[in-house]
Design a protein around this ligand. Structure first.
Ligand SMILES: NC(=O)C1=CN([C@@H]2O[C@H](COP(=O)(O)OP(=O)(O)OC[C@H]3O[C@@H](n4cnc5c(N)ncnc54)[C@H](O)[C@@H]3O)[C@@H](O)[C@H]2O)C=CC1
Ligand SMILES: NCC(=O)COP(=O)(O)O
Length: 322
C-alpha cells in the first residue's frame, strides 16, 4: 500500500456499531485515523491519541483524533446529548479533508432519528449534509458492490423521501443531474473511459407502453434520447425487476434508479457485507459502509467489519486516483 494522506473515519452514532468497527477496520491496511471520543471505543481497544491525521502510531494501534462528547455511550440507546457532537465530527472531517490534511472521509453510520430528535438535524443523511458543507454542490448517492461479479452499482435519484412523494419529486431535471454526475464520477473515480449507464423506469414493466403509468413515455424516454444524442451511453427506461440479475449486469456499469428501495434492495441483497456507499459529485472523497447503526447488535461484538473495510479501501483508491 503506497504512503498517502490518511482517510478520516468519523465515529458516527456512538450507541451504534460504528465505534466497535473502528479497531477491526485496521485490517483494511489503509492508513486512517478515527475521529471521535475514545470513551466510545470497546473496552481494551489499543488506541493512541494523535494531534494530526498523518501522525504515525505503532502498527496495530488505532490512531484517534480526539473529539470529546458530552456523554458516554450505551449500546443501542442513543443519548440526545451526543447528537450535536456527531454532527460536529462530520463537519470537522470535511474541514480536515478540504484543507488537505486528510485524503478523504469514510463515515461510520449515523442514526437519522437520533440526530433529528437530539439536535434537530435538518438533513436526511450524510449525503445531503456533506453536499451542504462542500458549498451546496449537486451530488448523488451511489452504492457499489465490491465482492460480486459483474458488479452492482446503483444510484437512487430520489433518496430519503416517502414513497408517496416519489412521482412528484422524480423530475427530468433531477434525473438528468443524476446521469451527468454519475457519468463524470465513473470516469474520474472508477477509471471507466466510456461508462455504460442504464435507467430504471418508475412503474412496473417500465409502464408497458403507458398502460401502467406514463412517466416513461411522457418524459423519461425523450430525456434519455436527448442525452444519447449528446454522447451518453444510456439505456432505458428499463423494467426494474429484470435489470439486476447477473447477465443483465454485464451490460452496464451503473444503474440509475427512481427511488431508494428500487436501488438499495438489489445491492444489499447481492453484497450486504461488501457494499459501499459513495457520494458522487463532492470535491472530496467520501465513502461509508452500506449498513446503518444496527442497534440490535451494537456492543455485542457481532458486527461484521467487511463493509467498513471495503469502504476504507474504496476511499483510499479514489483518493489515490485524484
Ligand atoms: N451511512 C449511514 O449513516 C447509514 C445510516 N443508516 C441509519 O441506521 C439506522 C438503522 O437502520 P436499519 O435500516 O435498521 O439498518 P441497519 O443496517 O442498521 O440494520 C439492518 C440489519 O442488518 C444488521 N447489520 C447491520 N450492520 C451489520 C454489520 N456490520 N454486521 C452484521 N449485521 C449488521 C442489523 O443487525 C440489522 O439486523 C437508521 O437510523 C438509518 O437511517 C442506515 C444506513 C446507512
Ligand atoms: N440508506 C442509505 C443511507 O441511509 C445512507 O445515507 P447517508 O447518511 O450516507 O446519506
Amino acid at each position: 500500500m503506497p504512503a498517502s494522506r490518511p482517510i478520516i473515519l468519523t465515529c458516527g452514532e456512538p450507541a451504534g456499531v460504528g465505534p466497535e468497527l473502528a479497531p477491526k477496520a485496521l485490517a483494511s491496511g489503509v492508513p486512517f485515523v478515527f475521529l471521535g471520543d475514545p470513551r466510545h471505543l470497546p473496552e481494551g481497544t489499543d488506541w493512541a491519541e494523535v494531534q494530526a491525521p498523518d501522525e504515525q502510531v505503532a502498527k496495530g494501534v488505532l490512531p484517534v483524533l480526539r473529539h470529546d462528547f458530552p456523554a458516554a455511550a450505551i449500546a443501542g440507546q442513543p443519548d440526545p446529548r451526543n447528537a450535536a457532537a456527531v454532527i460536529d465530527v462530520i463537519a470537522r472531517a470535511v474541514d480536515l479533508t478540504m484543507t488537505g490534511k486528510a485524503g478523504g472521509i469514510c463515515t461510520l453510520p449515523i442514526n437519522k432519528e437520533a440526530l433529528k430528535t437530539g439536535a434537530d438535524f435538518p438533513f436526511p443523511g450524510h449525503t445531503e449534509y456533506l453536499a451542504h458543507l462542500a458549498g451546496d454542490v449537486p451530488v448523488v448517492m451511489m452504492l457499489a458492490s465490491t465482492t460480486v461479479t459483474p458488479p452492482c452499482r446503483v444510484v437512487p435519484v430520489t433518496i430519503h423521501v416517502a414513497i408517496s412523494e416519489v412521482p412528484r419529486l422524480l423530475t427530468p431535471e433531477l434525473l438528468e443531474k443524476a446521469i451527468r454526475i454519475t457519468d463524470a464520477a465513473m470516469r474520474r473515480d472508477f477509471g471507466l473511459a466510456a461508462p455504460r449507464l442504464v435507467v430504471a423506469g418508475l412503474n412496473p414493466h417500465a409502464g408497458e407502453n403507458g398502460v401502467m403509468g406514463d412517466e416513461e413515455l411522457r418524459w423519461m424516454a425523450p430525456l434519455l434520447a436527448k442525452l444519447r444524442a449528446e454522447g451518453f451511453n444510456l439505456n432505458g427506461p428499463l423494467p426494474a425487476d429484470t435489470m439486476f440479475h447477473a447477465p443483465a449486469r454485464t451490460r452496464y456499469d451503473a444503474a440509475i434508479c427512481a427511488y431508494h428501495d428500487q436501488a438499495l434492495i438489489p445491492i444489499k441483497t447481492l453484497d450486504f457485507a461488501g457494499g459501499v456507499n459513495v457520494t458522487l459529485g463532492l470535491p472530496f472523497v467520501r465513502t461509508s459502509p452500506d449498513h446503518g447503526t444496527a442497534f440490535d447488535i451494537a456492543g455485542k461484538g457481532l458486527a461484521d467489519p467487511a463493509s467498513v473495510i471495503a469502504a476504507l479501501r474504496m476511499a483510499h483508491d479514489m483518493a489515490e486516483k485524484r
